[in-house]
Design a protein around this ligand. Structure first.
Ligand code: FES
Length: 255
C-alpha cells in the first residue's frame, strides 16, 4: 500500500497498450497488477511501483504524447543498474540535463517510453544518507562579539553556520540531512532552506519541512577560547529532535 502522504496512482495515455505494457514490465521492471481495472477509461494496464503506488496506462484513440511532465520511478538501489543497462540496450536513454544537480549517492536517468514520452528512474545508494563532516579540524570562526544576537553566519571553509541565539551558540553542519545538498540560510524567514527537495530547518536545525523523517541538521562541537569562537569540524554530530530543540550540542552562554 502507498505510504501515508504519498499519491495513490498516476495515469498516462499510450497509443498501443500491449507494446507499452511489455516495455514497463520488461524494461522498467514494474509489476503488473491487472488489466482493465477501470474499463470505463478504455483498455488499460495497472502496474505497481517499488514504493507501492500504481502507474496506470490507458490506450486512447487519437493519442497525443504528453509534454512538459514526466514520471519518476524510485528503485531499490540493487535494481538500478540492471534497469539502467536494459534501457540503454533498448536505446531508450535520453540526455539527463540535471545530472550535475544530483546529490551524493543519488543515481538517476531519463528515458523514453515507446511513444517518446519522458520517464525517469532514480535510486539512492547507502552513502546518500551519511552526513559527512567538513574535516577541516578546529576552525577559529571569529571573536564572539563579531556575532550579534540573532545572527546566522556561514563559514565557507568549515562548511558550517554559526548561529547565535538568546540560548547560546550553535555550529551547524551546512549539509542537508535528507540527501547531502547544502542548505542556505533565509534571513527573511529565520530558517534554513534546501533547494534540492525544498526541506526547511529552524535556526536550531530542527526539521520543519515536508519530507517526513528528516533528522535535524548535524552540529559541531563549539567552544570559546580567549574570546574566540572555535568550531571542531572533524566530527559531525547527529541530534534527535529533542536535542536540537534544547541545543544540547551548542554552547550555552552564561548570564
Ligand atoms: S537534499 Fe533533499 S531536501 Fe535537502
Amino acid at each position: 500500500m502507498p505510504n501515508v502522504g504519498h499519491f495513490h496512482h498516476v495515469v498516462m495515455e499510450v497509443s498501443n497498450l500491449d507494446r507499452s505494457a511489455e516495455f514497463l514490465e520488461q524494461a522498467v521492471g514494474l509489476k503488473l497488477a491487472g488489466r482493465d481495472l477501470w474499463l470505463e477509461d478504455g483498455p488499460s494496464a495497472a502496474f505497481q511501483t517499488a514504493e507501492g503506488q500504481y502507474f496506470v496506462i490507458v490506450e486512447v484513440p487519437n493519442f497525443t504524447p504528453r509534454l512538459g511532465v514526466h514520471t519518476n520511478f524510485m528503485l531499490p538501489p540493487e535494481d538500478y543498474q540492471v534497469v539502467y543497462d536494459g534501457l540503454k540496450e533498448r536505446g531508450c536513454l535520453v540526455m539527463d540535463h540535471r545530472a550535475e544537480q544530483r546529490s551524493v549517492g543519488e543515481v538517476s536517468t531519463y528515458f523514453s517510453d515507446p511513444d517518446g514520452q519522458r520517464l525517469q528512474i532514480t535510486a539512492f545508494q547507502p552513502e546518500a544518507f551519511q552526513i559527512p563532516a567538513a574535516g577541516r579540524g578546529k576552525i577559529v570562526a571569529g571573536r564572539i562579539d563579531d556575532f550579534p544576537m540573532g545572527s546566522v553566519t556561514h563559514n565557507k571553509e568549515g562548511k558550517f553556520f554559526l548561529v547565535r541565539l538568546q540560548e547560546g551558540i550553535l555550529a551547524l553542519n551546512d549539509v542537508c540531512t535528507h540527501q547531502q545538498c547544502t542548505v542556505a540560510y533565509q534571513p527573511e524567514h529565520y530558517r534554513f532552506f534546501c533547494a534540492c527537495h525544498y526541506n526547511k530547518f529552524t535556526r536550531k536545525g530542527e526539521h520543519i519541512g515536508h519530507i517526513r523523517g528528516t533528522p535535524p541538521l548535524h552540529a559541531y562541537a563549539v567552544e570559546v577560547v580567549d574570546g574566540q569562537v572555535v568550531v571542531d569540524t572533524d566530527a559531525s554530530i547527529p541530534r534527535t529532535t529533542e536535542q536540537a530543540e534544547r541545543m544540547v550540542y551548542g554552547l550555552v552562554e552564561k548570564a
